[in-house]
Design a protein around this ligand. Structure first.
Ligand code: ASP
Ligand code: MG
Length: 420
């Protein structure tokens, strides 16, 4: 059994959905669990619906939701002939559920409404793709993953109940493969024990697919993306970026930690635990080899470069020239926790503590205000944080030429530089 994950970009138009069918064609006869995201920017559009609803702007929320509906109905109309009516009925059931909620007043917390509304994107996309595949001669079985993935009620960042969910996968998903080659369902969403929809965090479909791969003991997981493979740097920032044909799990975890946006960071662990290889392949040109990520050591990696822009440096100095001790550092970490801020780099000196964070302006302001009770605080903005793994002198010189280095931290493997 293989697990395939198709992200939003791979289903964002009629042509892309037709392309998805062409990707599946050569696998007829194999058992494939297919996990699909919401179409294109639907998740963002639904976020706007949730915001308007929660702000009490009911008409605006309904109007925005109407646009999402029409977009999906139009796509379904283009793609489907014999299957259109049944698909439309399924879509309308989902629409009605969301609209009921939109006609109410918000009485619970925002994150709850966010999940009830935003989770519908994946239901819409999978309903359409499933119907289209059936109509083009690729039989498949559609599943509402909310009947399978049980989570806690930490809305927008729900945690999967591993025991319950793996029992459901074994009892309810495995037997489907006796009669179907393709079982198709949603990524990113789940449900509480009270049948409230939940989401697993933005870009969570990669993770959903990995959970399925783990629980189904899949031979591999493939993420179909609009890139030829994993690259050693973001090609938008570094046009000379090169493909990396092979990586190991640890390298990918490190890359994600330093901010590379390739794969959702939670994806690796469920795969690593069962030694299941992860393939990243191009849905534009499936013949390309892509990247394989596995458990074995990979010699001779190129330098792996992660550049984070819009960084802010907070420098905290003790007021009376006393040393910065555990107590003060502990208090500062409490503040990071309080404001949900994660430092990308910290450095501790005798009388100062430095930390680099993403510049979430409002929160940084609040953090700085709180920290000013404890120490003198200085802020520098508009910086970038460069991380290079497997660095060497030439690449270091090339990437820092003409830049001012404000901070440097290095191990034999990894160097991090704060640049102005
Ligand atoms: N549709 C969700 C998002 O855009 C989940 C995903 O695509 O993985 O974040
Ligand atoms: Mg996505």
């Amino acid at each position: 059994m293989k697990v395939f994950k198709f992200g939003g970009a791979s289903v964002n138009s009629v042509e892309r959905i037709q392309n998805l069918a062409r990707i599946l064609q050569p696998y007829s006869g194999e058992k494939i669990m297919v996990i699909i995201s919401a179409m294109g920017k639907t998740t963002n559009a639904l976020e706007k619906v949730a915001e308007a609803f929660f702000a009490g702007k009911k008409e605006e929320a309904l109007g925005l939701f109407e646009q999402v509906k029409q977009q999906h109905l139009t796509t379904a109309k283009y793609l489907l002939v014999t299957g259109y009516l049944a698909c439309e009925r399924q879509l309308r059931d989902f629409f009605t559920e969301a609209e009921w909620l939109l006609h109410d007043q918000p009485v619970r917390e925002y994150d709850y409404y966010y999940d009830q509304l935003v989770s519908t994107g994946e239901l819409f996309s999978t309903a359409i793709v499933s119907a289209f595949l059936t109509e083009t001669g690729i039989p498949n079985h559609w599943v509402d993953v909310r009947d399978i993935f049980r989570t806690d009620d930490d809305f927008r960042d729900a945690e999967i109940d591993w025991a319950y969910t793996s029992a459901s996968v074994k009892e309810d998903i495995m037997p489907l493969f006796n009669n179907h080659n393709i079982v198709l369902t949603q990524g990113f969403i789940g449900s509480t024990d009270e049948n409230e929809s939940t989401t697993l965090g933005r870009e969570g479909s990669d993770y959903s697919a990995a959970v399925f791969a783990n629980m189904l003991d899949a031979e591999s997981q493939t993420i179909w993306k609009d890139v030829v493979s994993v690259m050693n740097a973001d090609p938008k920032q570094f046009p000379e970026a090169v493909s990396v044909p092979e990586l190991n799990y640890n390298e990918v975890i490190e890359m994600a930690y330093y901010g590379a946006q390739i794969i959702h960071p939670k994806t690796i662990k469920p795969l690593q635990n069962k030694d299941i290889p992860l393939l990243v392949k191009s849905f534009i040109d499936p013949a390309l080899p892509g990247t394989v990520i596995h458990n074995k050591a990979v010699p001779h990696l190129p330098p792996i470069i992660v550049l984070k822009e819009q960084q802010v440096l907070l420098e905290m100095r003790s007021r009376d020239f006393s040393f910065i001790g555990e107590h003060l550092v502990g208090q500062l970490y409490h503040l990071f926790e309080k404001w949900h801020l994660k430092p990308n780099l910290t450095q501790n000196g005798a009388i100062s503590f430095l930390c680099v964070l993403d510049d979430k302006q409002e929160k940084i302001g609040k953090l700085a205000q709180d920290a000013a009770q404890l120490a003198d605080v200085q802020i520098k903005r508009d910086l970038s944080l460069l991380t290079i793994r497997h660095y060497d002198q030439p690449v270091l010189e090339q990437l820092t030429k003409g830049k001012q280095i404000l901070l440097r931290q290095q191990t034999p493997e990894t160097i991090q530089l704060l640049l102005a």
